[in-house]
Design a protein around this ligand. Structure first.
Ligand code: SF4
Length: 385
């Protein structure tokens, strides 16, 4: 029988619907599964605002990967009413919701003998949880069916333990995790015992010392993160999605190098670091939540975990860069929690690829899907955050 484990705030989640600052019913791909499609046949709902009726199946759009809901001219789900409530629920009932709508932002990872239930960071309410609580899986006496699976779970435990290591900066923790993962990947054989000792003081101290003695170029880190940001948001910009959040800062990103000299960029970056420090715990929790939800997926191997971790670091760098650009745009006057939450939500949505798409993206963007350790170090830089 499968054992079920949940992220600590899982049962507290409740959709706040009309009070949501960034509803998931707009500017996003909303998948519709085959069972729901069959159920929709012949059904209509009232479009009171336009005094007409809407056929449910008429709102579908076919894509290579399946059916999605065709958004209206305002880039919103056609079933969303003016009060930001779902017409399918108010006029029919909840059984007419697609699996995606019914479950979002809940995520279920089914391993051999173990089911993990977590919440995706693409919902502002989930970001609120991460601000207040450290994400962790509530688990008791976990038993793993396969030694290989147990090994990967242990590696994830080590990653989470390193993330929680208060003596190091956030980039140092991320670089240390990546170094450790690459070391594991290099070994022909790896045991749980070896994984456990890898995060010991004896192993980490020389590595942290070496990192602290390295020469980092903060301008290179900033400009590379800027490129990553522009690359990641490109498709959404082409489709005119999340325009209010992305377009003006993307234009700023395009001209960043030309508009600011190196000296000026470094000064701004140093000021921004002080502002971002207020959100250090939130960003740490965000990364931990991503490691728990997406760092180890069912049927993954160690290489998949390394790739998933690279993606998480890329998300973090892109969030950091988006916030830097927003801070510049707003006249360098601090950052409200709501702004930080909105950008975490948007970037989590924009980067919410499944594993095969992540591989494809990395294959197209880098020489090798497995990055050099030095590349990650260069992107992160020796900043506090
Ligand atoms: S993003 Fe979250 S809170 Fe907002 S409408 Fe969707 S599920 Fe509800």
């Amino acid at each position: 029988m499968s054992q079920s484990v949940k992220i600590n705030y899982y049962d507290t989640f409740k959709c706040i619907a009309d009070k949501c600052s960034m509803t998931c019913c707009q500017e996003w791909r909303i998948a519709v599964d085959e069972d729901t499609k069959k159920k929709w046949v012949g059904h209509q709902i009232e479009d009171v605002e336009n005094n007409t009726k809407i056929s449910l199946c008429g709102c579908l759009e076919e894509e290579e990967s399946g059916s999605i809901i065709k958004l209206n001219k305002d880039k919103k789900c056609p079933f969303l009413n003016k009060d930001k409530l779902c017409k399918l629920v108010s006029q029919l009932d909840e059984t007419f919701l697609s699996k995606t709508c019914d479950t979002f932002p809940r995520q279920k990872n089914e391993f051999e003998g173990r089911i993990e239930q977590t919440l995706a960071s693409c919902c502002p309410v989930v970001v609120d949880f991460m601000r207040d609580q450290k994400p962790q899986l509530l688990k008791e006496n976990i038993k793993h069916a396969h030694p290989e699976e147990a090994l990967l779970f242990e590696i994830r435990e080590v990653m989470l333990g390193l993330m929680d290591e208060g003596a190091y900066t956030l980039p140092e923790r991320l670089m240390t995790i990546f170094y450790t993962l690459l070391e594991f990947l290099d070994r022909e054989k790896l045991s749980i015992e070896q994984v456990k000792v890898s995060s010991g003081e004896k192993q980490l101290k020389p590595l942290i010392k070496a990192i602290r003695n390295m020469d980092f170029s903060l301008v290179d880190a900033l400009l590379e993160s800027n490129e990553l940001f522009l690359d990641v948001v490109e498709n959404y910009r082409k489709q005119g999605l999340y325009v209010d959040y992305l377009e003006s800062i993307a234009q700023l990103a395009e001209n960043l190098e030309a508009d600011y000299g190196e000296e000026e960029l470094l000064e701004r970056q140093a000021e921004f670091e002080k502002v971002l420090l207020e959100y250090k715990q939130l960003l740490k929790h965000y990364i931990m939540s991503e490691i728990i939800s997406n760092g180890l997926m069912p049927e993954s191997n160690l290489e998949d975990m390394v790739v998933a971790f690279e993606w998480i670091v890329m998300e973090y760098s892109v969030i950091r860069q988006a916030l830097f650009l927003k801070w510049l745009e707003q006249g360098e006057e601090g950052l409200s929690y709501e702004t930080v939450r909105d950008y975490i939500t948007v970037i989590a949505r924009v980067t919410g690829y499944d594993a095969s798409d992540i591989y494809e993206y990395l294959e197209n963007s880098f020489e090798d899907v497995i990055w050099e350790w030095g590349y990650m170090a260069m992107v992160l830089g020796n900043l506090e955050m």
